[in-house]
Design a protein around this ligand. Sequence first.
Ligand SMILES: Cc1cc2nc3c(=O)[nH]c(=O)nc-3n(C[C@H](O)[C@H](O)[C@H](O)COP(=O)(O)OP(=O)(O)OC[C@H]3O[C@@H](n4cnc5c(N)ncnc54)[C@H](O)[C@@H]3O)c2cc1C
Length: 438
Amino acid sequence: MRNVAVVGAGLSGLTAACRLAQAGLRPQVFERYPVPGGLARVIDVGGEPLEVFYHHLFTNDTAITALAEELGLGDDIEWLPSKMGIWTGGRLWDFGTPASLLRFQPLPWWDKIRFVVGTLRLQHSNDPMPFEDVTAARWIQDHLGSEVWRTVWAPLLNQKFAEMSEEVAMVWLWRKIWLRGRSRSSSGMGERLGYMRGSFARVAEGLADAIRSMGGSLHLADPVKRVDRLEDGSFEIITKGGGVRADTVLAAVPVPDYLDIAGHILQPSERERLGNLRATAALCTLLELNRSFMPYYWLNIADETMPFGGLIEHTNYIDRSRYGGTHLLYISNYLFPDHSLFGANKRDVMDTYLPGLKRINPAFDPSWIDQLHHFRADYAQPVVTRGYREQIPSMRTPIDNLYLCTMAQIYPEDRGQNYAVQYGDRVAKLMLEDFRTG
Ligand SMILES: Cc1cc2nc3c(=O)[nH]c(=O)nc-3n(C[C@H](O)[C@H](O)[C@H](O)COP(=O)(O)OP(=O)(O)OC[C@H]3O[C@@H](n4cnc5c(N)ncnc54)[C@H](O)[C@@H]3O)c2cc1C
């Protein structure tokens, strides 16, 4: 039997490993963390698992909902209303529904009309081509005007892409608007978002159980240091426990991790190509509060003078009784890993954030914080630039029997759990095809 190693027990690696196991193989999965789930992993809060980074689904996230069904978890996805706001011009505004747009004063009437007409046009354009070679900054300013860009889109893109926000291709924004348009409720009262009762870790655990039950294995807290190529074309996976031989390797890890473990067996040109792909990192602070901070689930911060990019009050979406009554607030910040705040300790980060929190809610006091957690991911959001299609790394790498499944391949959609599952399925299918023909 072919001996397959999978590096990375995020949703893409686990999905692929599960499909390989269903085809009769016994994949060995190696994961750096002691738990599976990758960016969707959890910690315990008040006796309930909670994602270290906030997570929800959109109604058109069909690959993960189908997988949840397959794992017997389909009925555990709850579709709940959520309320969105935006902080701009020194105050809070409701955001994201037609009624809230009518009341949104920062955008003059004429620009509101341009915003609505432009959004509808984007939602009804099915061809990515016209958006691939132009930046969102250029396209929005040319078609919707500089006020719509300055007031709405520039700050929102800045939240995710920091100093590269003006380089993001329009295709990324078009696809996001296109998908969100199809995710809204027909009532026009805003969208319903999906959450897995008991957290999304149940999907990762369900996959891990399925892999084990079919004869595969998970090596948790077992980071892969290197993947070496042997003379016969097979591989040696080097972990702290020594070497494990594999005929085929799937790296289901972020691009920088792939370069760390396999860069030495790639051609310099391939290394350079992959090294040029950029992604922002995520800095996420989770506060357990003894009272509610704001009236929204999701608050966009459209104000570049603020020290963070978004606030997500999870317990304005999921009932706090599940977490022992605690109010849960995530403070989200995407930045490049060389930003001084990224490496700072959690107290220093909090000191930087406090004035911003107080501007939004002047009553806020540090005594509201019962617990403070702090999480980082140095690769969180690939930056899709003009002509990105040409830069997408192939799942079949230039090295025989070495495969890659990574967030940077997701296109034109934005990365997310749904696409991790879809692309995990896709790479497993490719591998099985090659095994049959090769
Ligand atoms: C702040 C934030 C918010 C998000 N919100 C949402 C949301 O609301 N909805 C949604 O659907 N998605 C959301 N996402 C995205 C979602 O979490 C990811 O798209 C998805 O989990 C990616 O899965 P993956 O398997 O591709 O990658 P990862 O989850 O990154 O998995 C890769 C795995 O490889 C492991 N690994 C890396 N190197 C090694 C090594 N050398 N040896 C062993 N293991 C290794 C890592 O530890 C990790 O477990 C969010 C992400 C972030 C950062």
